[in-house]
Design a protein around this ligand. Structure first.
Ligand SMILES: [Zn+2]
Length: 58
């Protein structure tokens, strides 16, 4: 059986570093908010933006 109550995976917002729960409700993930997402997109308007995979599993 799969544990349904595991600790939710979180990622760090690429813009401000805030912890963002990786759940469906976090619609701006991996950003913490729409603002951070827009800011990041603005800075990386080039199509070269690479999404860094969350590597915080232990
Ligand atoms: Zn943020």
């Amino acid at each position: 059986m799969t544990p349904a109550d595991e600790i939710p995976r979180t990622v760090a917002c690429p813009n401000c570093g805030r912890s963002v729960p990786w759940v469906r409700e976090s619609r701006w993930r991996p950003f913490c908010s729409e603002r951070c997402r827009l800011i990041d997109l603005g800075e990386w308007f080039d199509e070269d933006h690479r999404i860094s995979e969350p590597a915080e599993n232990s």
